[in-house]
Design a protein around this ligand. Structure first.
Ligand code: SF4
Length: 426
């Protein structure tokens, strides 16, 4: 059967789509080049925000029309939304035939063989899909999942409810996957987990894992997402600082700059702890880029608490921030809080947050003008065949003059201009 996967949400879903590709190819199915050729459309979905779910439901309804011209076409929903909504996705009558939860992807080939309306969404607290080396689609970068699930239960977050408890993959399987990726020319490796700092397998901690993975005799970069501030250890900072293969970039979600809000988010740190971590990281690695996630309009957030977040943004000066307005997710603790902030105020605060951070990001990028950077070239620039684009070690997009011959190599370049998202180099 020819299948086509449409992926939504975070990098974990990108990685899971590669896993699903591997499972289906092993069972004799093959990936369709486009939707028109597909006999099975798989939507790999995200539940983090209501907007993400609404978007997928809209896409499914839209693709359902194809069934009138291709009666064999089937639609499957996998990922967090499948886990959260289960069989009700089939019962909605929007054209969904199969629903497969995040721990049940190995059952997909059997379900395809039967092709009856069915949903399998049981959680399996041990499932880490070891023994499968996912087929990484990108020719130059690879996402490698090192753990699944989350134990933290931040009060706004649906992830622990749908992805189950935290479990780590065998470090030997991870090493094998990383070695395979590097030997096939992927020199930008991102290790994935909801909270990589709590990776633990038979006595191997996350800093130990990073050390083990950086010993190959080749030039490559190791990145990781996401780090929970409550678990960021001195040992990790020390390993990052002394190891040139580990990128000098950390994504450290702050969520709010107000300690009372952080407590109600169940983040288990306060602003002073977060700020102390940032100071420690910058003392150990002055060149490090720090990016973050921020939520505007968490239930009960007062104007002055929101302003504490703005103050924190100005004080820390993140290289980049992913800003979101609070999204109410049924089943989470925060959804039950009775002092929800109105949509208007959430949107207004979100915009103020974005405006402030955009200015800081621009200044951070402009600070690089006149410096020499190293770019891992990944593609031709979208704007010109005489330019290529890639990423710096500290996770900034860079564009420089050059042609296809540079793709896949590390190039030294001089920054001559910057926008709030791209370094222009020569
Ligand atoms: S650490 Fe918190 S925000 Fe991140 S996935 Fe776990 S519960 Fe969600």
């Amino acid at each position: 059967m020819k299948y086509y996967i449409e992926t939504y949400g975070c990098q974990m879903n990108v990685s899971d789509s590669e896993l699903i590709t591997t499972i289906l190819d092993k069972a004799g199915h093959s990936e369709a080049e486009d939707l028109d050729q597909a006999e099975l459309i798989i939507f790999n979905t995200c539940s983090v925000r209501q907007h993400a779910e609404d978007r997928v439901l809209g896409r499914i309804s839209c693709e359902r029309a194809r069934k009138t011209v291709n009666s064999r076409l089937k639609i499957a929903v996998v990922g967090c939304m499948a886990q959260r909504m289960g069989k009700s996705l089939i019962e909605k009558g929007i054209g969904v035939d199969l629903v497969v939860g995040v721990d049940q992807y190995l059952k997909l080939p059997d379900m395809i063989a039967e092709l009856e309306d069915s949903a399998i969404v049981e959680q399996d607290s041990k499932q880490v899909y070891d023994d499968l080396v996912p087929k990484h689609h990108d020719p130059h970068c690879a996402f490698v999942t090192i753990m699944r699930g989350c134990d933290n239960f931040c009060s706004y977050c649906i992830v622990p409810h749908v992805r189950g408890r935290e479990r780590s993959r065998d470090y030997r399987e991870i090493e094998y996957e990383v070695e395979q990726a590097i030997s096939s020319g992927k020199y930008d490796i991102t290790l994935l987990g909801q909270n990589v700092n709590s990776y633990q397998y038979e006595g191997v901690s996350f800093p130990m894992l990073l050390d083990r993975l950086s010993g190959l005799n080749k030039q490559y970069r190791l990145r990781f997402i996401t780090s929970h501030p409550k678990d960021l250890s001195d040992e990790l900072i020390e390993v990052m600082a002394r190891n040139p293969k580990i990128s000098k970039h950390i994504h450290l979600p702050m969520q709010s700059g107000d300690s009372e809000i952080l407590e109600r988010m169940n983040r288990k740190y306060d602003y002073s702890h977060y700020k102390a971590l940032v100071d420690k990281l910058r003392r150990a690695m002055p060149e490090i880029a720090i990016t973050t996630d921020l939520i505007a309009g968490f239930p009960g957030e007062t104007e002055s608490q929101f302003e504490n977040t703005l103050k924190a943004i100005s004080e820390i000066r993140f290289d980049y921030a992913f800003c979101f307005k609070y999204s109410n997710r049924e089943g989470t603790d925060a959804a039950e809080y009775d002092n929800q902030v109105s949509e208007d105020i959430r949107l207004h605060r979100l915009q103020r947050m974005i405006d402030l951070q955009r200015q800081i990001t621009l200044e951070k990028f402009q600070d690089k003008i006149g410096t020499e950077i190293e770019v891992y070239v990944e593609a031709l620039s979208r704007k010109s065949n005489e330019q290529v684009s890639g990423k710096t070690d500290d996770y900034k997009i860079a564009v420089l003059s050059g042609d296809v011959a540079l793709i896949g190599s590390f190039v030294k370049a001089q920054v001559i201009a910057a926008t709030a998202g791209t370094l222009i180099c020569e």
